[in-house]
Design a protein around this ligand. Structure first.
Ligand code: PLP
Length: 228
């Protein structure tokens, strides 16, 4: 699987999707999710022109940052254990999985600068998914104002595991609505301009529904772990 061709195909889909819904392709940032692949393939993604890389484990992140550090913008996309914060905090530019106050407190304590965070929302209600519930979101974001080093740049969600495109779309729509609710608070620490949603199988729908960061693993860099 050639990463350059994959990236071109994704960029083409971004362009046609944006055209269809009247968005600007430059608003869509592609994060290459490299959790299933080697440093070499992450490097190939950078060479193909990708600027954003995403990892979901502290060891995977550290290994790749060591090799590729300065060339890229790093995103931590997976559920984050509080005790692991210290291992990643100086390596990442964005954290996509802020979902509880204990985590905010630790990020606030360990970070030397305002950390750009996405608050993860469990919009599908699936038990297996992490994230703040939609009902609790506004209150949670208000509580985050107590932490100086937490900057809420946006909301992140994962669509439910389903083939049903309308269910996926409704999930993304809901998160976009929640984004408006957060923006209405007009909190300086929570501009919430961004939406991190869409993966290999559903990023087109996510773009239609307002995503500004899409997180793509399998269909961009592949999967070397033998999974599908
Ligand atoms: C693995 C992962 C992705 C990428 O998934 P693909 O289906 O391989 O594109 C995106 N977001 C999160 C949070 C992930 O854990």
């Amino acid at each position: 699987m050639n990463i350059q061709d994959n990236y071109k195909a994704i960029q083409h889909t971004i362009q046609t999707t944006c055209q269809r819904v009247g968005r600007i392709p430059e608003q869509i940032n592609v994060i290459a999710v490299t959790k299933y692949v080697s440093v070499q393939r992450a490097k190939a993604a950078l060479e193909a022109g990708v600027r954003h890389l995403g990892e979901n484990r502290d060891d995977g992140l550290n290994e790749k940052v060591k090799e590729l550090g300065n060339d890229s913008i790093w995103h931590f996309i997976g559920s984050l254990q509080t005790r692991k914060v210290k291992n990643i905090i100086d390596k990442v530019d964005f954290i996509h999985s802020l979902d509880r106050l204990s985590l905010a407190k630790e990020i606030d304590k360990r970070s030397s600068k305002p950390m750009k965070c996405f608050v993860q929302v469990n919009a599908s209600g699936e038990e297996s998914k992490h994230g703040c519930s939609p009902e609790e979101l506004v209150d949670f974001i208000q509580q985050l104002t107590h932490y100086q080093h937490i900057q809420v740049v946006g909301l992140m969600t994962m669509a439910p595991n389903t083939e049903d495109k309308e269910v996926i779309r409704n999930c993304f729509k809901k998160v976009r609505q929640l984004q408006h609710d957060v923006q209405a608070l007009q909190l300086p620490s929570a501009p919430c301009h961004e939406l991190s949603m869409g993966m290999s199988n559903d990023y087109e729908i996510a773009i239609e529904e307002g995503a500004t960061y899409i997180r793509i693993g399998t269909s961009l860099v592949g999967n070397e772990t033998g999974g599908v």
